[in-house]
Structures are given as C-alpha cells and as structure tokens.
Write a protein that binds this ligand. Structure first.
Ligand SMILES: [Fe+2]
Length: 365
C-alpha cells in the first residue's frame, strides 16, 4: 500500500493512534498485511504531522488536493472542517497562489487562464497627465538593469508622474523545460519566493508613484511550475505595486480614455509594427482602447493606428544569449508620456518620450 492511499484510508478511519491503526490495518488485510508494524508507525507519524494544523494539511500537501479541482463540500468533508474554516484557509492561500473558483469547484490552476481584467482610475477633470511606461524588467536575470530603472523612476517623479504602467515580465521566472535557462538566472534566485522577495526589496520606490502591473510569460512560469503567483507575492509586500492580473488589463482612466496593457505571446517579427497592427486589427468593434501598451517584444516604438496611441514598451534587461541566438534585438529603455485631455476626458495630445539605456551595467544587482 502506497503512503498516499494509506493516508486516505487512515483519515477515513478517524486518524487513530499507531497501535489501533495497525490492528485495523491487519483486519483490513485479513491478517496478511503487506506493511509491517514499523511501516505503519512511520506512516501514521507522517500522516499525523501533516494533519496537525487545525485538522488541515501543511500548505504543500493541502495544495496538492486542490490541483485536480474539487467541490468545496467534498473538500470540507475530506478535511473534516466547516465551510467557514475552509474558506478562511483558501483566502490566505489565494494571496500567494493561483487558486481559482470554477462554480463550486476550487482549483489550484497551473495553466494560464486569460481574463478580461478591467479597472478604473479616476482622472476625470485632469487636463494633463504624465505617466511612466516600462516593461520586461526581468528581475533576477543576470542582465537586469536595476540602476537604469531606479533612475527612470526618479525621472518620473521629477516630471510629476503619479503612475508607472508595467507591461509584464517583471521577473525572469524559471522555464523548467528550457534546461539552459537556469544559467541566465542570478545565483540563488530561482524559486518563486526568492524572486518575489528580491523584487519586493529592490524594485524602485518613489513616494507618490504607484506601479500598475500585469504579469508576462516569464512571471507565469511560476504558476506553471507550482501554481504560485509571483506578482501577487510582490504586491503583498509593496503598497505601491498594483497587480492587475496576467496577460492583459484595461484601465479606464477618464470616462473617454482607456489604457490597455498587454503581454502577448507571439514571437519576434521582421517589421517592428507588425504585431501591434495585427493586434489592433483583431480587436472587436467597441472594444478598442485609446492607449495600448505592449510588452514581451523588448522593442520600443510609437505608432498611431486606428485612433489608438500604441507603444511597444521596450525592456530594462540586456540582450540575453538566447535572444542573440534567435537574432532578437533588445531595445533597452523606458517611456515617459504626457497626455493632454479635453473637458470630456478625450485625448487632445499624446507626447511619448523614450528614455534610452545605451550602456549596460554588468551584474547590476
Ligand atoms: Fe520579456
């Protein structure tokens, strides 16, 4: 009998002590036990330890139960706890893990489910707004450019920006299916907690500036690896870090102006504007944003197309060897944007300014 099967059986029998467990087990096997007495002691001790926490399992064991997805009722019965106790535990875990509700089912989701994240930010009545735009910082990649990002935030503050929009790949993540990827990551910064704690500690802070951020495909590797949401963990530690979900988010900033951040999954193209144009062409009528901020490509470009002000947001990470082999250039830098609105909150004037980073700093940790 495998340990997991034993534990299930043991819990159903009401978690008895070692001797009683052995007696019950012998009875179950008609006196021909597959496990010896010492095995039963071992198994019972282990199972007891795992269920000590108010009748629950420790986090990692508990989360394993959620991986397949199960109804709340079944889970409560299984753990022998009331619904409120169960929901309280889920609420805590949701702050760090990608736990989703599918009707009555609770699931630790390791796949990336794209949602239409919508928010609003009331800038109605403002005639001029200045904000920063950055993307693909790739913190914990050996080529991260922390010094530049810090000076960029200082500049944003000097210019009077109150928001910086970040279009994803804040962290380098960890692609387990790319064996060479681990060599691009800073030493000791591979796991989700290592990366989250590091970003929470070093991500630029300027008083009065809030960073609105989405997750990119590198951030999402933590979800794929273990259901852990790295940017949720950063946001738990930083009040100035406003996490808007993975892949895309739309923020209504005035009643007639919306900003959409996207982190698409397409690859590099020969023409800089190709991806942006294809995306804009594909948007359904009535769903067009007024400002579109695109991450992922590590390119910098401004384009006005179909009445949308589009920025490819650039990167603050040097060109990795992987990119060099794929012949992908890194446009390093970030944007400061000044937008003038009319009385109705419509854009009158859009002034993007690219702040380039020419010289990479080595080991800029
Ligand atoms: Fe990236």
């Amino acid at each position: 009998m495998e340990y997991s099967a034993f534990k299930k059986w043991w819990l159903k029998k009401g978690s008895p002590g070692q001797k009683k467990t052995y007696q019950m087990y012998r009875k179950r096997c008609n006196g021909k036990p597959e496990l010896k007495f010492l095995d039963i002691i071992d198994y019972t001790k282990r199972a007891k330890k795992e269920t000590e926490n108010n009748g629950f399992y420790d986090d990692s064991t508990f989360l394993k139960f959620l991986e397949k997805g199960e109804t709340k009722e079944n889970l409560c019965n299984y753990f022998n706890v009331d619904l409120q106790t169960f929901l309280d535990r889920i609420k805590v875990l949701k702050k760090s893990f990608n736990i989703v509700d599918i009707g009555d089912i609770i699931k630790l989701e390791k796949n990336i489910v794209i949602k239409n994240n919508k928010y609003s930010l009331d800038l109605n009545g403002e005639s001029k707004v200045i904000f920063g735009v950055t993307s693909d910082n790739h913190f914990c990649n050996k080529l991260q450019q922390l010094t530049f990002l810090k000076s960029f935030y200082r500049l944003c503050k000097e210019r009077g920006a109150k928001r910086v929009f970040n279009a994803g790949d804040v962290t380098e993540g960890h692609f387990k299916r790319r064996p060479d990827h681990i060599y691009e990551i800073m030493g000791g910064k591979i796991g989700v907690d290592d990366q989250a704690d590091y970003v929470a500690e070093v991500y630029p802070y300027e008083e009065g500036i809030i960073t609105d951020v989405i997750g990119g495909n590198h951030d999402e590797t933590h979800i794929q690896n273990g259901g852990a949401d790295v940017l949720k963990r950063v946001a738990n530690q930083r009040n100035d870090f406003n996490y808007l979900g993975n892949g895309s988010a739309t923020i209504q900033i005035t009643k007639n102006c919306s900003v959409r951040l996207i982190h698409p999954l397409d690859g590099a193209t020969y023409a800089l504007s190709y991806s942006a144009q294809k995306y804009v062409d594909s948007i359904q009528g009535g769903e067009k944003p007024d400002i579109l901020l695109i991450g992922h490509h590590h390119k910098a470009m401004y384009l006005f197309y179909r009445n949308i002000h589009i920025l490819e947001c650039g990167t603050t990470c040097g060109q990795t060897l992987w990119m060099e082999r794929k012949r992908i250039a890194a446009h390093t830098g970030a944007w400061i944007v000044e937008v003038t609105f009319d009385k109705e909150g419509k854009i009158l004037r859009f002034l993007p300014e690219f702040i380039p980073l020419y010289k990479m700093v080595k080991e800029d940790y």
